[in-house]
Design a protein around this ligand. Structure first.
Ligand SMILES: Cc1ncc(COP(=O)(O)O)c(C=O)c1O
Ligand SMILES: [Zn+2]
Length: 404
């Protein structure tokens, strides 16, 4: 049922066995990707299973005989957002609400596969560095599967909801006085030297789970959208989603592919800067800063994959300010009833900007990936909305405040 797979280097094309524990090419140090044997199946055949990551078994290289670690992830709603569309200037705007995943973010799609892989390789412990959501997700899947989980977080820069999740699911949480990029460097060294399985998105198996978002949009829309907008941090998701669309195309399950639209926060936009400059190498942003803590990343490891996805798809990239991010977050919540965390709103702010700048036209069918739930970052929400007024428990006083 599961496809056969190998690991292949993006740069020198060397191939490695799927049982090898590798996070980069031993020959040249570049990123690795999973290559699967192209499946022969149909949407109809797969639709006998519930919508979700594991509907797409034929595309998921879990390894024969492996016991899947799942919290029933994926199968998230695709909302048609007409009121928000009016505000953004688009007639066909959809939101893929990844906050509806078990731990409230898209990371669960990757972790179900990543932790399944960790178990099949016989690992006893898993680790990650995180801006918050990766740790919340990994902690939950580690709990489900009985693995020890280590989490390294940039001190003071992780939203409260995410920290609460990692702690409650029993991860060993270490806060380092440094930013995410420093935390990732540390955890990469720790995992290699201490034999702990690393589940940041440099691990290509995780991206195999995340690619299912592409499959679901095709199932839900009946075709691939014209534009797929996604916030970019460490750039795993944009790469994974592009891989998914291509695999469906190779299997004859879609004729068309979307243009990929990667959106970064102004204060943390190394990939957009690079693409704008037409450069071939990334210049890291040394002190990334944005209200969208989930994408506060200055040196994204997956930049070569992201750059390839955007270039190959004749895609777009853009930066958005914190003000635009918060504005989009508030509009989605108040016009459509969908609550997302700030980073997720970058995709919405991004499509609005692209219409305004004439980069896409008003009739473009656009899917915005909204990556995480509002409750991940309640402090930010209260900061931007303001605290409620406090009054005596008195009918007259309160009724005087209601305006209808
Ligand atoms: C809510 C949210 N959005 C976007 C991202 C960025 O995803 P990626 O690192 O795959 O680019 C993250 C990553 O932590 C996230 O938590
Ligand atoms: Zn190589």
């Amino acid at each position: 049922m599961f496809p056969k797979s190998t690991l292949r280097c993006m740069k020198c094309n060397r191939e490695y066995g799927s049982e090898e524990i590798l996070y980069s090419c031993p020959n040249c140090g570049s990123l690795l990707e999973v290559i699967i044997d192209t499946p022969t199946t149909s949407l109809e055949q797969m639709s006998k299973r519930p919508l979700g990551v594991w509907r797409y078994l034929e595309f998921l290289p879990a390894g024969e005989g492996t016991e899947i670690v799942s919290l029933e992830e994926g199968g998230t709603p695709l909302y048609k957002c007409d009121r928000l569309g009016k505000w953004a200037g688009l007639s066909k705007l959809y939101v893929k609400f990844e906050g509806a995943n078990p731990t409230g973010s898209f990371k669960d799609r990757g972790m179900t596969l990543g932790v399944t892989k960790a178990k099949s390789l016989g690992s006893k412990a898993v680790a990650c560095a995180s801006t918050g959501n990766t740790s919340a997700s990994l902690a939950a899947y580690a709990a489900k599967s009985g693995l020890t989980c280590y989490v390294i977080l940039p001190s003071g820069k992780v939203a409260m909801g995410k920290l609460a999740q990692a702690l409650m699911h029993g991860a060993k949480v270490i806060s380092v006085k440094g930013n995410f990029d420093e935390a990732l460097k540390l955890v990469m060294e720790l995992s290699t030297k201490m034999g702990i399985y690393l589940l940041n998105s440099i691990n290509p198996w995780r991206l195999e789970g995340q690619k299912t978002l592409a499959f679901e949009t095709i199932d839900q829309l009946g075709h691939a959208p014209a534009l797929l907008a996604v916030p970019m941090g460490n750039c795993g998701n944009v790469s994974a989603i592009w891989k998914g669309y291509n695999e469906f195309k190779d299997s004859g399950l879609t004729d068309s592919l979307p243009r990929m639209y990667g959106v970064q926060a102004e204060g943390a936009s190394p990939v957009v800067n690079m693409l704008r400059a037409g450069a071939e190498k990334l210049a890291p942003v040394l002190n990334p800063e944005t209200v969208a803590t989930a994408i506060r990343i200055g040196n994204p490891v997956n930049w070569p994959k992201a750059a390839r996805a955007i270039r190959e798809s004749d895609g777009l990239s853009e930066t958005v300010s914190d003000e635009e991010i918060i504005g989009a977050q508030r509009m989605l919540a108040s016009l459509e009833g969908i609550g997302i965390e700030p980073a997720s709103a970058a995709s919405i702010a991004g499509v609005k900007k692209a219409v305004e700048n004439g980069k896409i036209d008003r009739d473009t069918e656009a899917v915005c990936v909204c990556t995480g739930h509002l409750l991940k970052d309640p402090e930010e929400a209260i900061k931007v909305c303001g605290k409620p007024v406090e009054v005596p428990a008195d009918f007259k006083v309160i009724s005087g405040l209601l305006t209808n």
